[in-house]
Design a protein around this ligand. Structure first.
Ligand code: SF4
Length: 223
C-alpha cells in the first residue's frame, strides 16, 4: 500500500496547495556542496515531510508535514543553477515524491543545465510507476539515479556507499552513471562518510551518521 501524506491544518491548506502545484518547496535543509550524498560534488536538498516512519531514520526531524523553510521553486532553481563546482544535485528528506511537482521542475532545470539528478525515496520504483501520478512520472523522467525503498534497520548495511540498508535498490534511470552499474567494481563500497559543519554557532551533519550520533545531536540541550 502506498502511504498518503497527512493533511495540513485548515490554516495551512493554502500552503499545501502551493506545494502541490509546485509553486513552493518546503525545504528542510540545503548543503550547497557535499561529497557525502552521492557521486562527486553535489548540492543536496532535503525536503520536509515524509509519510513513512522508518525505525532508525537518520532524519526524524524531517518527517513531520509542517512548514519549515518555504522557498519558491523558482528561487531554489536559481540558487541551484548558480552553484559552482557541482556535478549534480541530490534530493532526499523527508520524501521527495511528496513534493514532486516542484522537485520535478527543479530536476528538469538541473538536467538542462548539465547537472545530474539523484533521488532517495522511501517508495519502491515499482510503486511509483504503478501509481501513474503525472508529478511522480515527471520527477522520475528527470532522475538519473534513484535509490528506492524504506530504510530497514534489520538490513542496515555499509556495503554500498550512501545507501543505508540492503533492501534499497539502485536504479539507473539514464545512462549518466552507467559506469557505476557494476556493484562489485563500480559502486563505491567504502564506509559511509559524514560531513560536519559549524556555521554561526550551529553544527550541521550530513552523510549517514551512526544512529547513536543522531540521537545525541537531537537531544534537547539543558540550561
Ligand atoms: S523514507 Fe527516508 S526519510 Fe522517510 S522515514 Fe524512511 S528513512 Fe526516514
Amino acid at each position: 500500500m502506498i502511504p498518503t501524506n497527512p493533511k495540513f491544518s485548515l490554516e495551512e491548506a493554502d500552503l499545501q496547495a502551493q506545494i502541490d502545484t509546485g509553486h513552493l518547496i518546503n525545504v528542510a535543509a540545503v548543503v550547497q556542496c557535499t561529497e557525502a550524498e552521492g557521486p562527486g560534488k553535489r548540492m543536496a536538498l532535503w525536503v520536509q515531510g515524509c509519510p513513512f516512519r522508518c525505525i532508525g531514520c537518520c532524519n526524524p526531524h524531517m518527517l513531520a508535514f509542517q512548514p519549515r523553510q518555504l522557498q519558491t521553486t523558482q528561487d531554489v532553481i536559481q540558487k541551484t543553477l548558480s552553484t559552482e563546482g557541482i556535478e549534480g544535485i541530490t534530493l532526499l528528506g523527508g520524501e521527495p515524491f511528496a513534493q514532486a511537482v516542484g522537485l520535478a521542475r527543479l530536476a528538469q532545470a538541473a538536467q538542462e543545465h548539465g547537472l545530474s539528478v539523484m533521488v532517495f525515496t522511501g517508495y519502491t520504483l515499482r510503486s511509483l510507476q504503478q501509481a501513474k501520478r503525472p508529478a511522480w512520472d515527471a520527477l522520475l523522467a528527470h532522475t538519473d539515479l534513484l535509490i528506492d525503498g524504506p530504510y530497514l534497520p534489520a538490513q542496515h548495511s555499509h556495503k554500498r556507499r550512501w545507501i543505508g540498508s540492503d533492501n534499497q535498490q539502485i536504479h539507473f534511470l539514464s545512462p549518466h552513471y552507467a559506469h557505476l552499474r557494476d556493484e562489485q567494481a563500480g559502486w563505491p563500497a567504502a564506509n559511509n562518510t559524514i560531513e560536519i559543519r559549524l556555521h554561526n554557532g550551529q553544527i550541521s551533519i550530513n552523510g549517514f551518521p551512526h544512529q547513536d550520533l543522531t540521537r545525541l545531536l537531537l537531544q534537547p540541550t539543558g540550561k
